[in-house]
Structures are given as structure tokens and as C-alpha cells.
Design a protein. Structure first.
Length: 270
């Protein structure tokens, strides 16, 4: 075999072998946004950094008739509205609860059709599922959803493309309460949130234990009054993503804990 033909065959073989690696990189690469520090610094809109004097309050994984009504009751008492990222199959199983969330002035976002981990690339399946979940939210709320937060915050290439095709805007968070663990308490949830929370930040909590340790939602529920009080004491308003000013993509990212440019809530005594 001529030498140039042998070289060409090796190059073609190498190119074919590289395809799976390229596909995997395209799938997994965007998931690096799960890292909070780089996300806040490099992608402030994706992190949910909005108006400096506002905090966005968000809940994932519902709706759940065992626990979500308790959150709605406390939010009513606090006169706070929030964004609930719902799982499509749960929403359609509990339509009345979905209607109640919207009736009370809260916002519904898309959290996928099921709460799964995206181990392998499956762009067509992901596109169908995200579109199906978005349709469910629109059907229940009467309004096309704006926001998308993938399960576990893992934004793969497939999920990013699916969100764009469905007309959804991905948004993650700047502070969370680690309220899904067996050791979570009202005090630990509040302290964990307030460690990273600044004005303009987005808080992630969960209104159900369906995908976590049984009963852990009670810690997030009990932490709510103290968290809202701390924000208000710092001069910050608390509300849904719709009021968070994320449409301004030119916003300057806030600094980290060592040099925050927004107001920082004082620690709560809860």
C-alpha cells in the first residue's frame, strides 16, 4: 500500500475515533456551570444575579400535595411571592395544586419532565421532555413559562439546546440551603443560604422531599421566616424571578464574599 494512502487511512480512523469524544465533550462541557464560583463570575445571568436590591426566592422539585401547601401558607403569611420550578409529571398529577400556586401569585418554571440525571447524550429525548414539561406549565398556569432549571442543576449540551428550542431561559442559583440532607435544620439551612447570599442573588430551596431525604422539607419551611426577615433587615426585597431584573444581560457581576457589591443579609438568629 502506498505510504500516502496508509497515512490517510490512519487519519480517517483517528477522526472516526474522535467523534464519540467530541460528542461527549459537547454534552458534558456546559455542565461545568454547576460550579458556583465560576458561574457567578463568568455567567452572572445564568447564576441568577439580578437587581442589586432584590433577592429571588425559588423552590425545586414540586409540586407535592404533602408539603407544597405548607410552603404556600407560610409565603402568604410573609407576603412573599416566589418561583416554583416544577417537574412536569408531578404538575400534571396535581393540577389543582399547580393552579393554587399560580392563584396565590407565584410563578411556575420548568424543572424537566422527570427528575433524572443526564448520563448519556440524548438530544431528541431531552428536547421532547423539556418541551412536554413547558407545555404542561403553560397548560396549568395559562402562561408560557420563561425559566428553566435542569434537575440537579446539571445543564448539559442536550438540555441547553432543548431549553432554547422550547423558548426557555436557563437559570441556576447563587445560594442554596442544602435542605435535602438528613442533617438539615432550620438553623443550618438559614446559615448556609446567608453565607453566600448577596443583593441580586437567587436562592434555591426545595418544597418537597420527593427526591431527597424523607421529611427534610420541614427544615426549609422553618427557615423561611428568618431568611425573609434577614433580607428585609438588609433593605432587600424578596420575590420571584419575574421581578429580579434578569432581562438586563449587561449587568455587572457582583463580587464574591470578600467584596460583595450588593447588600448582604445579616445572620438570622433562627
Amino acid at each position: 500500500m502506498p505510504r500516502h494512502r496508509a497515512v490517510g487511512d490512519r487519519l480517517r480512523t483517528a477522526a472516526v475515533a474522535a467523534v464519540p469524544a467530541l460528542v461527549a465533550a459537547a454534552h458534558i462541557g456546559p455542565a461545568g456551570t454547576w460550579l458556583a464560583g465560576p458561574r457567578r463570575a463568568l455567567l452572572p445571568a445564568l447564576a441568577g444575579i439580578g437587581t442589586p436590591h432584590h433577592v429571588a426566592l425559588t423552590f425545586d422539585d414540586g409540586p407535592d400535595p404533602r408539603s407544597t401547601p405548607a410552603f404556600l401558607a407560610v409565603l402568604d403569611e410573609l407576603a412573599v411571592r416566589a418561583t416554583f420550578f416544577v417537574v412536569g409529571e408531578h404538575l400534571l398529577a396535581h393540577r389543582r395544586l399547580g393552579h393554587d400556586i399560580v392563584r396565590r401569585g407565584h410563578e411556575l418554571g420548568v424543572h424537566g419532565w422527570t427528575h433524572d440525571r443526564p448520563w448519556w447524550p440524548a438530544p431528541r429525548r431531552e428536547a421532547r421532555r423539556v418541551a412536554r414539561a413547558a407545555h404542561a406549565v403553560a397548560e396549568v398556569s395559562g402562561t408560557a413559562p420563561t425559566w428553566y432549571r435542569p434537575p440537579y442543576g446539571i445543564l448539559t449540551g442536550d438540555r441547553l439546546l432543548a431549553a432554547r428550542r422550547a423558548g426557555l431561559r436557563p437559570v441556576l442559583w447563587t445560594a442554596w440551603g442544602r435542605d435535602w440532607t438528613a442533617r438539615a435544620t432550620a438553623e443550618s439551612v438559614a446559615a448556609t443560604v446567608l453565607t453566600d447570599l448577596r443583593g441580586g442573588g437567587t436562592v434555591l430551596l426545595h418544597d418537597t422531599d420527593r427526591h431527597a431525604v424523607p421529611g427534610c422539607w420541614r427544615a426549609a419551611l422553618a427557615a423561611l421566616p428568618g431568611l425573609v426577615a434577614a433580607c428585609r433587615a438588609a433593605g432587600l426585597t424578596v420575590g420571584p424571578l419575574a421581578e429580579h431584573g434578569l432581562t438586563d444581560r449587561r449587568r455587572t457581576p457582583h463580587a464574591g464574599p470578600a467584596g460583595a457589591t450588593g447588600s448582604r443579609p445579616a445572620p438570622t438568629g433562627r
